[in-house]
Design a protein around this ligand. Sequence first.
Ligand code: CTP
Length: 445
Amino acid sequence: MEVKVVRYVRIRVMTKATLPSTASINPRRVVLGITGGIAAYKSAELTRALKRSGIDVQVVMTDAAMKFITATTLQALSGKRVFTDLWDESIPNGMAHIELSRNADAILIAPASADFIAKLANGLCNDLLSTLCIARNANACPLVLAPAMNREMWENPATQRNVARLIADGVIILGPDSGDQACGETGMGRMLEPEALLTAVETFFAAQNTPKNLAGVTALVTAGPTFEAIDPVRGITNSSSGKMGYAIAESLRDAGAAVTLITGPTSLVIPVGIKAIQVKSASEMLSAVMHKIDEVKLFFAVAAVADYTPIAPHPQKMKKSAQGLTIKLKPTVDILATVASLPTPPFCVGFAAESENVVEYARKKRESKRIPVIVSNLATEAIGANDNQVTLIDDSGEHPIPKASKAKIAAQIVSHVATLYLKRQSPNTTESNIKPIKAPRIHNA
Ligand code: CTP
């Protein structure tokens, strides 16, 4: 089985509409550090985007950054003086590095060059930006880096070692993305676009406000489609984007859970702070789930798992034939039902994808799979979309959740499931705030 553990975390790109606004009476304060790289031009747009979203931006630039973009531009866009010098005499106590880091809710370095990453990984601090990173209170002021560099520089073992070390130190790495590079090459190393970085920062601040009622709880989530090979180059799959499963994983993380995501092939990037195992087929997904299942308390089966797989995938690419093609399929194992029938199963949540009789079919699935919670949705509208409209069905009845972004729907589902799960652990837990509309109790759930 080919199970790949993702080594470096990246942030999932969501649309701005999916996120709560961070603008408030006390605006969040971000130190935006700019280091030397072509992508520095994007920092101008990022400054505007952060400001538009109500975030107070204090720009700090390195000498190399000023070779690419001027402090004057950033001053005009941020509406604030830009700091560049460790020895700035205008700060009354002469300690710009302390002043700036104490006043920030987060430090975002975008772009973060290979050199600056190396510096941080080794605790070097010979300019204002590196010094304020090292002088910050890591508990109160997270450090977030958006790397940008040539693909060879990114893939260089030294850079990868430095990034791994920073992740181990609790630094958040956003990106890089892959694509065309300023040097004319193509590959990993592009800085995430300003909108994606804004979303990441907003998500991060929003998550800080989420109650951590699942702190210490282990959770496993399946997401995305599976791919069942017919021959070495073709296969059977479905149009699941993985967005709902990834959103569930993020909401669980935001509620404090330790999340493992088992994902079929998607174009989404692995969310920050989530361990991901990438699989292809239904049988690989089953193996990965069964390998982990004893360690987890919550299991969310969000993946659109193929119900059938070719009996004998052809070892070579099949030639076309005027006779047409018949492929013999056999049923796959139902992962969710298998988990739910374990002697001591985790708290299981299923997702029913239906194209008609949505709630009724979902209710039946909940019974047949013997799971406490199922979330029904209209597959024809939900698959691939950014929004969803679901009905959560549990022992107390049906709980419709109105149309919203998948991120918001996921947050409500996780909050409801957390209440049920915690109640099961300790029966005195208060009720969920999603009210049922009727109460068809089921047995054996
Ligand atoms: N599921 C699973 N393993 C499978 C098939 C489905 O774990 N082999 C899970 C899905 O992740 C989802 C739930 O079962 O949580 C319902 O999946 P769905 O595709 O809606 O229904 P099926 O059980 O496959 O039944 P049908 O396709 O007939 O509607």
